[in-house]
Design a protein. Structure first.
Lengths: 329, 306
């Protein structure tokens, strides 16, 4: 038996094989020939795996490798690419828009945390006690998530955020003597306006996750706390929140990862404007790659994409590491 | 307090109901803070969650001029059903609706084929290289799809080995849709929980691999295939950036979500709202029918990604 091609699983198996019957041993030997491999189901397994292997190679694994290569190359769609070393990265970092995009994305993420993180939690804790209406609450909160994002964005852009006094928000504010405001046209309010939309469109998912987590809180703890005379607020603080803190950390991480990739809102609402105040990292990637003549900025777009991907991967790993002791006790 | 009654009904006089015991309800601060907060929250959710959808439905059949003069009035001058007909016929929403269906079905088919056969190999057949492929699949979960748009775009426009471009064709959307590691892992986990004795029994009865897959595994996995199907179709319905990129030069082949921003420039607000309502109808109906799947599925996604 060739020790080189022995995998970990095989090692365990070979220890058993010492005491196994001769039939088992002969079957193991048969697998080493091609006919034996086919007979043992190797070929049919490979054929069954073919759609997965082809699709993932073409549209996932190879593009990931290609992304790394592209970020060190200058390319257009047709000529063979040339190596430029770190030139793409240098061009991105020296681009004044890069800093703007990073700042804007961080601003979006921070605002989304302020608006979007506590609201679903409070909503879920409040409604979780009502078994009869929990489903209805959840469905209502989830409805905006169901709308196709383009429909949601256009509805908000041309109706709710409409800058003249016929906009829905401006009409409502007009009754009490305010406005009209150009929500998306003012660099100061454009980003908060996007965040408000985004929170509306996405908070439902988090509410559902919290509602599910809250059902798993051990009810006897509440009982014990009540017996000990703990009031409602102490129960929330000392039982509810600690019991769901693992889920809270996961939603926090998912939200940060999601907001770091925000694209559709700035693309459709404002196209990055006014005055680049809503230009996000992903929008900048899009502009590099497809904004001017096609293909010229592929290298820069790939470099920025890679930077974003590495940042998110490092962030996820660091986040999970740093919070592990806190989330599992 | 209405909110208080909701909760008491469940717990009765039993003080062990949950977070808020009946002793708590007797306390003033709880009574006057929590119960009104619940009622307020319910009202807010109605306005925030249902309000915009109902407004869209209203706006879609309101004459544009009425929507413009007072967006909050309810049919001051009657209903304009003609908005829907104009949207469907005049701005070709009917065609784009059909395009969306074709795209969604193709993507669904590709995802189902890849996910079921792939999960079958990784969970049931388990060749020696399965753990390796499994690790590669898990690794792709760490790479957000959007960062791959540039290499994917090059892959579609100028694929290696094949001497043709997939740009402007539906294959450019159908095939990449299949590369969802999330689907494969979801289905694999379901297969992992199927009783293995069943596979052994089928083998002993002489069933081949194909027979095992088609007659045993697939019929048993209807629940998970339903979940994957709903999410596959609806995620294609929501998709914007990718079809926008690869079908950019063939407006006649684009799906609704890509066409809506262009329709906005072509027509008046009433017809646009009608087109948006048509685009939203399928997901909303799907949600109403498959509510449980949705509400459980989104929690599922969170748990797996975490």
């Amino acid at each position: 038996m060739d020790p080189v091609d022995v995998t970990a699983g095989e090692t365990a198996a070979s220890e058993i094989a010492v005491v196994a019957s001769p039939a088992v041993r002969s079957r193991r030997r048969a697998r080493r020939s091609l006919a034996g491999w086919v007979q043992g189901g190797g070929l049919s397994a490979l054929l069954f795996a073919l759609p997965m292997l082809v699709i993932f190679t073409a549209f996932s694994w190879y593009p990931i490798v290609r992304l790394v290569l592209l970020s060190f190359q200058e390319t257009n769609l047709f000529d063979p690419p040339t190596w430029v070393g770190l030139e793409n990265f240098r061009a991105v970092i020296e681009d004044p828009l890069f800093l703007t995009a990073v700042k804007n994305t961080a601003y979006f993420a921070a605002l989304a945390l302020v608006f979007g993180y506590p609201i679903p939690l409070v909503a879920a804790v409040l409604v979780s006690e009502s078994t009869r209406f929990r489903g209805l609450y959840g469905a209502l909160a989830y409805l905006p998530v169901v709308l196709p994002p383009v429909v949601g964005v256009l509805l908000w852009k041309y109706v709710f955020y409409e800058p003249s006094n016929i906009g829905l928000f401006n009409t409502a504010l007009g009754w009490i003597g305010f406005g009209p405001y150009g929500w998306l046209q003012d660099p100061g309010t454009a980003m908060p306006a996007l965040v408000v939309y985004s929170t509306w469109a996405n908070a439902g998912t988090t509410v559902i996750i919290y509602l599910a987590a809250l059902t798993s809180v051990d009810r006897t703890l509440y009982e014990a706390a009540s017996v000990d005379g703990a009031g409602l607020w102490r129960k929330i603080w000392h039982i509810t929140l600690p019991q769901i803190r693992g889920v809270m950390l996961v939603t926090l991480m998912l939200q940060i990862i999601g907001t770091a990739q925000v694209f559709l809102e700035p693309f459709l609402f404002t196209a990055g404007g006014p005055a680049n105040s809503t230009l996000t990292v992903l929008l900048l990637i899009y502009q590099y790659a497809f904004g001017n003549s096609l293909g010229v900025g592929f290298g820069q777009a790939a470099a920025l994409s890679l930077m974003l991907a590495v940042f998110l991967a490092v962030f996820s790993v660091a986040f999970i590491r740093l919070t592990r002791s806190w989330s599992t006790r | 307090m209405i909110g208080a009654r909701f909760i008491r009904r469940r717990g009765g006089d039993d003080s062990t109901g949950g977070l808020i015991s009946s002793t708590d309800w007797r306390r003033r601060d709880v009574k006057w803070v929590v119960a009104p907060a619940q009622v307020l929250l319910f009202g807010l959710l109605l306005v925030i969650g249902l309000g915009p959808v109902l407004w869209l439905a209203k706006g879609a059949v309101t004459p544009t001029i009425d929507t413009l003069t007072n967006p909050l009035a309810l049919f001051p001058n009657g209903v304009a059903w003609s908005n829907l007909r104009k949207a469907w016929v005049d701005v070709d929403v009917g065609r784009y609706f059909w395009n969306t269906i074709v795209l969604a079905i193709g993507s669904w088919l590709c995802q189902i084929v890849v996910a079921t056969t792939g999960a079958f190999v990784l969970s049931v057949l388990r060749p020696r290289w399965a753990p390796f492929v499994n690790a590669l699949l898990l690794a792709t979960l760490f790479v957000p799809v959007v960062v791959l748009i540039v290499p994917l775009y090059i892959m579609i426009v100028n694929p290696p080995l094949i001497d043709r471009s997939f740009a402007e064709s539906y294959w450019a959307i159908w095939l990449p849709a299949g590369a969802s590691a999330f689907n494969v892992i979801l289905v694999k986990r379901f297969f992992d929980n199927l009783p293995r004795e069943l596979f052994e029994a089928a083998r002993i009865d002489g069933a081949g691999t194909v027979r095992l897959f088609v007659s045993i595994v697939l019929p048993l996995s209807k629940p998970i295939l339903g979940v994957v199907s709903i999410f596959a179709i609806l995620s294609e319905w929501r998709n914007f950036l990718w079809p926008f990129l690869v079908l950019s030069n063939s407006p006649d082949r684009q799906p609704l979500s890509v066409r809506l921003p262009a329709i906005q420039a072509q027509t008046d607000l009433g017809v646009l709202l009608a087109a948006m309502l048509i685009a939203a109808l399928v997901p909303i109906l799907a949600f109403l029918i498959f509510q449980r799947t949705f509400l459980r599925g989104s929690g599922l996604g969170g748990a797996l990604k975490g």
